[in-house]
Design a protein around this ligand. Structure first.
Ligand code: SF4
Length: 330
């Protein structure tokens, strides 16, 4: 952790049925809080957003693994993997946030738009055995919630996930694409057993044909992947008639770099214009609370500290020791 850290101080400490401790950090901007769940041998993070109130729109990003073996070079969980979370440990994260925090303002069945995203920490499809019953349970508890699985595209059997998506019509799929060539993506996502971009496109199209819903791809924009040629390559791979695009404003994993946020947002807005022109239905994801609680997936600062404090549980991931990608220049 940097000596110049500006991270928030805890605002509360509690526990849940399946986690020994939950420490809450509130962002000074007011609409986002981070929740760090710990047991003796694992850590997880969830992020809770309101837009602008919980009653209007509530979004939860929760973890499926403690640490992550994929090792993405922009991600704060990218250096170490601890273990898969159990079904109960996954369900307990949104359950705690909805029942112990959101419920004081609005009942979960009265929320205008509720989305639970499996994207905070861990690769969901590498823990599908625990995630599948977690999704079933969450769908039973919160039938109106959209349940989005955001994946880096590991080379696994997608059939069980397709079946789950057929059975539960609130399940969504998003691929974390982030680059327009496999070469650039290999640098960013060092995990070897993953789909190529073409294979991701094919898998998403199969899902769309079978399920009848549109998949998303997520693209983190930086100043080396925002050209017209990038848009053309994406368009060749991901048919705008099938795919929707989420453009994410990059969250730097080093909290001292958050000053670059305005520049990253401006880059993303510029790229969004190009994607709209290319025919994509596009939305921007700009994680609130970056400056102090690290609202985005790349900023798992509290988890990094847990890794440092528990070296015997944190095994090196595929990305450990490789250069961090996307750090702003200058
Ligand atoms: S971005 Fe997601 S898949 Fe990549 S290392 Fe982080 S948690 Fe794992």
């Amino acid at each position: 952790m940097s000596a110049t850290t500006s991270l928030a101080l805890p605002t509360s400490r509690t526990s849940t049925e399946h986690w020994d401790g939950v420490v809450r950090y509130d962002s000074s901007e007011g609409n986002v809080s981070k929740h760090v769940f710990t047991t003796g041998n694992a850590v997880a993070e969830s992020v809770l957003y309101r837009y602008p109130t919980f009653a209007d729109r509530t979004v939860i990003c929760c973890s499926t693994q403690s640490g992550c073996p994929v090792g993405c070079r922009f991600c704060g969980a990218g250096d170490a993997f601890v273990r898969n979370l159990t079904t109960a440990e996954i369900v307990d994260q949104p359950f705690h946030l909805l029942e112990d925090i959101v419920a004081s303002e609005v009942a979960s069945d009265s929320i205008g738009s509720l989305q639970i995203m499996f994207m905070s920490m861990g690769e969901p499809l590498l823990n599908l055995k625990a995630l599948t019953p977690a999704i079933r349970e969450l769908n039973e508890r919160y039938p109106g919630a959209r349940l989005l699985v955001s994946t880096s595209g590991p080379r696994v059997d997608y059939e069980p996930f397709h079946q789950l998506s057929e059975q539960i019509d609130t399940v969504g799929l998003q691929f974390s694409v982030h680059e327009s060539t496999d070469e650039a993506r290999d640098t960013l996502v060092p995990f070897k057993a993953k789909l190529t971009l073409a294979q991701m496109a094919q898998t998403g199209e199969q899902w769309a044909q079978l399920i009848g819903r549109r998949p998303f791809f997520n693209y983190c924009v930086h100043d080396r992947n925002d050209t017209d040629a990038d848009v053309a390559r994406l368009r060749d791979l991901f048919d705008p008639a099938i795919w929707e695009a989420t453009l994410s404003v990059i969250c730097e994993r080093d909290e001292t770099m958050t000053v670059a946020h305005a520049r990253q947002r401006s880059l993303t807005e510029g790229f969004m214009t190009k994607m709209l022109t290319a025919g994509y239905s596009t939305r921007m994801f700009d994680p609130a609370g970056q400056d102090d609680v690290g609202g985005g997936c790349g900023q798992l600062h509290y988890v990094q500290k847990w890794f440092d404090d528990h070296p015997k549980f944190a095994r090196r991931s595929a990305g450990s020791g490789l250069p961090i990608v996307h750090a702003p220049e200058g």
